[in-house]
Design a binder for this molecule. Structure first.
Ligand SMILES: [Zn+2]
Length: 145
C-alpha cells in the first residue's frame, strides 16, 4: 500500500540515500528537516542492524548539514511513525531568541482526522519560512549532503 511518504514529490526531496529521503518539514521551526525511512517500518526494533546504522548515519549527516546551513543554538530530535507507516526523524533547530527555546518543539496534533495546533500555539510564535527562503535552504542542504 502506498502512502504519503511513499510518494514524496521529487521537488520536496533534498537528497535520497540508500535508506532515507531527506526533506524539509513544516518550518514552524526554521530549518525543520525530516529523514524519512523509505520502506514501511513503524518501530526501530524492526530495522535490521544495517538499516539502523544507515538510518543513524543519515540523521547525523542531515544534522551536520542543518548546523552548517543555519547555525542554530541547539537542535532537538524526534523519531516518529504515527501517521504514516514510515519511521522518520525530525530535526528541530532551536534558537535562543525564540520564546519557546528550551521547551519541547511544537508538534501538530491529529484530532478527528484533522491536523490541529496544540493548545497555546501563541507561545511558540511560529514564523514559517517563505517559499524563497525554503528553496534557498533546500539548495544549501543539497550541497552539504
Ligand atoms: Zn509508505
Amino acid at each position: 500500500m502506498k502512502c504519503k511518504f511513499c510518494q514524496i514529490p521529487s521537488e520536496e526531496i533534498i537528497t535520497e540515500t540508500k535508506t532515507s529521503i531527506i526533506r524539509l518539514g513544516s518550518q514552524l521551526h526554521e530549518g525543520h528537516t525530516q529523514i524519512v525511512f523509505k520502506r514501511h517500518v513503524e518501530n526501530i526494533h524492526d530495522l535490521s542492524e544495517e538499516e539502523f546504522i544507515e538510518f543513524s548515519k543519515d540523521l547525523r549527516n542531515a544534522a551536520k548539514a542543518v548546523k552548517i546551513a543555519l547555525n542554530p543554538d541547539k537542535m532537538n530530535y524526534a523519531l516518529y511513525g504515527n501517521w504514516e507507516p514510515h519511521l522518520h526523524w525530525h530535526i528541530y533547530p532551536r534558537y535562543k531568541n525564540k520564546p519557546d527555546f528550551g521547551q519541547p518543539p511544537h508538534l501538530k496534533w491529529k484530532v478527528n482526522g484533522k491536523r490541529v495546533n496544540p493548545p497555546k500555539l501563541e507561545d511558540f510564535t511560529a514564523s514559517p519560512m517563505n517559499e524563497t527562503d525554503k528553496k534557498s535552504l533546500k539548495e544549501q542542504l543539497r550541497k552539504l549532503l
